[in-house]
Write a protein that binds this ligand. Structure first.
Ligand code: ARG
Length: 495
């Protein structure tokens, strides 16, 4: 900071007169003003702030804390502001620090000194907590929508590929054959748990911060029940100190977002691997890949790569807020302003990642021939040979050992497992009643994996039907929750 900026006389117009003025005789140092302003990011909360302010104006009017016509004037001013924000003509001013004071100051501009009555019994501390609660409810619903959409795409693509067989992998080594539908339904499972986490988080945001004041409520007879009801909460929060100090709803969102991004990243990694020449299992649509500026032959899987890369942010954002919170004494501390950028960033990152992954998966083409070729490796059925022995009464450990010897024999001799005839097989164990070629059959192998959760066709068909029914039910329930709180389900157009 230069000494110039510390000299009160040199600040002139740059430093704003504080709106809570009385206590202060000097304006804010310009560097401090820039350092502490949050309007360049918390403007995302404009709609939520207006919603909270309307509830506040209604409540003040109905309780008689302000006159009915004053409440109407305030509401008229708030309408004008909403219009300005929607049209992009609202004059956001960094000298007014944050979204709350920008809106309040603009209200003065529109309706004059009665604007000063809106903040009756309210502090920016309960105000920002209210804005965040409204914002979080909205984004939880929107992410649930996004997760529903991606799962629908995966289930639709899985339907097309019940009979597409590929190797399933452990340690990225070919392990056992599976249906592609089974593999895609695996991702539907993890993303379904993610959706339920956002549903839980949404349900927990059920008490309204408004009326908690700076930290200890108010001497004025506010009606917290009424403003809570108007904003769609079950009731007011139960402890004014906790209300202005806590940010765990944001933490919860960030943590669910980090987990979901990790799941998307693993799915993305699969797409990256599968689109290599080495695997050649899929080809991404042109709209979801890019070329190289240097190598004309390249088609790069940038979309899944960026999703994988952005997962780092989502994890970082969670760690950022955990770290901001960990040393804070009750109640409000200005550090809490650092909750917003990580939160907004995770919202955008997750929302966009869900959208591009849905598009990439909906449009990719599957190279069923390449998958089939990889799945035809007879070694994938080695476990089946061991299980044949188990059925004949051989202890599994011994059976595993026997088949291990067979595999070693083939590898050393460089021969195909299927070339071992009945006599060869019996030389390893007399319980083998046929040659390997007869014992091993890909289709039979898959079909015999018919336990619950398995990859047999009946199981996969049932899992698909179950997933479809569940997604339909989830969609209906989500629609009902969106309708119950229409202001909270406008998607995330402002973020
Ligand atoms: N911009 C502030 C924040 O996001 C609003 C609350 C300010 N409260 C205060 N006491 N300075 O945390």
């Amino acid at each position: 900071m230069s000494s110039r900026s510390r000299d009160p006389k040199s600040r002139g117009e740059a430093g704003a007169k504080k709106p809570w003025g009385g206590r202060f005789s000097d304006t804010l140092d310009p560097t401090v003003e820039r350092f502490s302003a949050s309007i360049h990011f918390d403007r995302v909360l404009a709609r939520h702030d207006l919603r909270g302010s309307r509830a506040q104006a209604h409540m003040l009017g109905r309780t008689g804390l302000i006159a009915a016509d004053e409440a109407e004037t305030l509401l008229r001013g708030l309408d004008l502001i909403e219009k300005e924000i929607a049209e992009g003509s609202f004059p956001f001013d960094p000298a007014l620090e944050d979204i709350h004071m920008n809106i309040e100051s603009r209200l003065h501009h529109h309706v004059g000194s009665v604007a000063g009555k809106l903040h009756t019994g309210r502090s920016r501390n309960d105000q920002v907590a209210t804005d965040l609660a409204l914002f979080l409810r909205e984004v939880c619903l929107a992410i649930e929508r996004g997760l529903l959409g991606l799962r629908r795409v995966l289930v639709e693509r899985a339907r097309e590929h019940v009979d597409t067989i590929l190797p399933g992998y452990t340690h990225l080594q070919r392990a056992q054959p599976v249906r592609l539908a089974h593999q895609w339904l695996a991702h539907v499972e993890s993303l379904g748990r993610d959706a339920s986490r956002f549903r839980d988080a949404h349900a927990r945001i059920r008490r309204c911060p408004l009326g908690a004041g700076a930290l200890a409520g108010s001497t004025l007879p506010l009606d917290r029940q009424e403003s809570a009801a108007e904003l769609g909460f079950e009731g007011p929060t139960r402890n004014s100190m906790d209300t202005v100090a806590s940010r765990d709803a944001a933490l919860e969102f960030l943590s669910h977002a980090a987990i979901t991004m990790v799941h998307l990243s693993r799915l993305a990694e699969e797409l990256v691997l599968w689109s290599t020449t080495e695997f050649g299992f899929i080809e991404l649509a042109d709209a979801y890949s890019t070329g190289s500026s240097l190598m004309p032959q390249k088609k790069n899987p940038d979309v899944p790569e960026i999703v994988r890369g952005k997962t780092g942010r989502a994890i970082g954002n969670l760690v950022t807020l955990l770290t901001v919170l960990k040393g804070l004494p009750l109640t409000y501390n200005r550090d809490l302003q650092e909750d917003k950028e990580p939160l907004f960033d995770s919202v955008t990152t997750l929302r966009d990642s869900l959208e591009v992954m849905s598009g990439a998966i909906a449009t990719l083409s599957v190279r069923t021939d390449r998958m089939a070729e990889a799945a035809s490796d007879p070694m994938l059925l080695a476990t089946d040979l061991a299980e044949i022995l188990v059925r004949a009464g051989v202890p599994f450990r011994e059976a595993h050992e026997v088949v291990g010897r067979i595999v070693g024999h083939c590898t050393r001799k460089g021969i195909d497992l299927r070339s071992l005839g009945r006599a060869d097989m019996q030389s390893f164990h007399e319980a083998f009643e046929a040659g390997a070629d007869e014992l091993l059959d890909l289709e039979r192998s898959l079909e015999s994996r018919s336990l619950a959760g398995g990859t047999a066709r009946v199981r996969v068909e049932a899992a698909l039907a179950e997933a479809e029914t569940e997604l339909d039910a989830e969609e209906r329930a989500l629609e009902a929750r969106e309708a119950a709180d229409p202001a909270s389900s406008r998607g995330m157009e402002a973020s």
